[in-house]
Ligand binder design. Structure first.
Ligand code: RNT
Ligand code: ZN
Length: 432
């Protein structure tokens, strides 16, 4: 059976040579595109690996509107198993990428409250990241905790609960600062809070004032941007916050601009007819940098594995067409436990890179030229023609030359890993 993988190195090379010639006919240099792709570092999210469980062993519901469905066997039970799965995933993806950690993934020898965590709990991750040559990003965890049970954290009306979460935020920034310094690459710390109401609020203003003031307290200390940067993530609605989310788009756009923070745009956090690809160029007019949570919502913010959808291609096109490659940080945010979790990482991350390659292979200059000349017929015609140029041959060649599996070969490796490693894990989760 043909599994979709070219048979030999020479077959991959000849297909690539034909593709390169075809692209040059539309004025595109495939080598230049591949060089650009090499510089793209995607922040792969740790939480796809274990269904957003982390290592606190609090036995709290995930909460915060986050929902993971599926029960595929092989979930990692401890930090070593999660790292092994990450290494497996990175080996299937061409290029060098980053890891995005949540605070609940620290290594806690005994129970440590979230306002007490420190870089010592992440030393293992820092050492591991250095050994792997991956950069680190970070997230405070404002969910799956008794102090978040009523759906409010930084905007809580109780000043004690607010202070607990402010202290968590401060602790996380300090950890990020040390991570970035140790790794030698700025750690982006993303602040997302679930705060909101299921039903109609009587007061939309007060919680927003409280959120702004809590964030200001967290960000009071200036940190070296060489070590860490802060991002804030907006959202329109969630499970349990259908009527009102304190940290809406307008709230955070204003906050990010006035406080010089990165704005995080999550592809699932808007009305289903809105797309973040259209928001990038607007936000970039006012902000130096933004963070993306590339995700895929199916009917709602369902965080499905990223596929090579029209919107994924549009996101990549916007980054490339706008010349924003150095200013848009690409993070992923999906969690699917109904399929092999390592495969989910490989599929989503490879798709993100494929979309970037397609964007780098686009005859952008020509498209913009048609547009400037008012020849919108030619613009649409070329956009459609270029969709079927031989991107696959360039992608295969790129994977091969980067030492990553070509075509479906990566899946064979996942199946082997599943048999050899993942299926041997019992469903009982160990204490760290
Ligand atoms: C939730 C946000 C947030 C989380 C992660 C786990 O709606 O998208 O980014 O998914 O922090
Ligand atoms: Zn997100």
């Amino acid at each position: 059976m043909d599994n979709g993988t070219p048979k030999s190195e020479s077959a991959i090379e000849s297909a690539f040579a034909l593709a390169a010639a075809r692209y040059s006919q539309v004025g595109v240099d495939v080598h230049n595109a591949m060089n650009c792709l090499k510089n793209i570092s995607v922040s792969m999210h740790c939480w796809q690996g274990d269904d957003v469980k982390g290592f606190e062993n609090l036995n709290e519901d995930l909460g915060g509107g986050l929902a993971v469905t599926g029960n595929h066997p092989g979930r990692p039970r401890n930090v070593d198993e999660l790292r092994a799965d990450l290494e497996q995933a990175y080996s299937l993806i061409p290029g060098k990428h980053r890891l995005n950690l949540h605070a609940i993934y620290g290594e806690f020898p005994t129970a440590v409250e979230r306002d007490q965590i420190g870089s010592e709990h992440f030393q293992g991750w820092i050492d591991w990241a250095r050994s792997q040559g991956v950069g680190l990003d970070f997230n405070p965890s404002f969910f799956a905790h008794p102090n978040a049970n009523d759906g409010f954290t930084l905007a809580h009306s109780d000043s004690g609960i607010r202070q607990f979460w402010i202290d968590h935020g401060i602790a996380c920034r300090n950890i990020a600062d040390e991570m970035g310094a140790a790794i030698g690459s700025p750690c982006v710390t993303n602040f997302w809070v679930p705060d909101g109401y299921k039903d109609l609020p009587a007061d939309r203003t007060a919680p927003r004032k409280r959120l702004a003031s809590s964030l200001d307290k967290i960000f009071e200390q200036k940190l070296d941007p060489q070590n860490s940067l802060d991002a804030v993530e907006c959202k329109l609605f969630g499970i349990g916050s259908e009527s009102y989310v304190v940290g809406s788009h307008e709230f955070y756009l204003g906050y990010a601009i006035t406080r010089e923070k990165l704005l995080c745009l999550d592809a699932g956090h808007f009305h289903p007819t809105e797309v973040i690809s259209d928001k990038i160029s607007a936000a970039m007019l006012y902000l130096p940098d933004i963070l993306l949570h590339v995700s895929r919502g199916v009917r709602w913010d369902s965080d499905h594995v990223v596929t090579l959808s029209d919107e994924l291609q549009a996101i990549a096109q916007e980054i490339v067409r706008g010349n924003y490659v150095d200013r848009v940080r690409i993070g992923l945010d999906f969690f699917d436990a109904s399929i092999n979790r390592v495969a989910a990482w490989a599929i989503g991350t490879r798709n993100m890179l494929k979309a970037m390659l397609m964007a780098f292979l686009e005859p952008t200059y020509q498209l913009k030229q048609f547009e400037l000349e008012g020849d919108l017929t030619s613009r649409l015609a070329l956009m459609e023609e270029q969709k079927t140029l031989p991107i696959g041959a360039v992608w295969d060649y790129y994977c091969m030359t980067e030492g990553a599996p070509v075509g479906m070969d990566w899946l064979k490796q996942v199946k082997q890993y599943e048999t050899d490693v993942q299926l041997g894990r019992s469903s009982v989760r160990e204490q760290v």
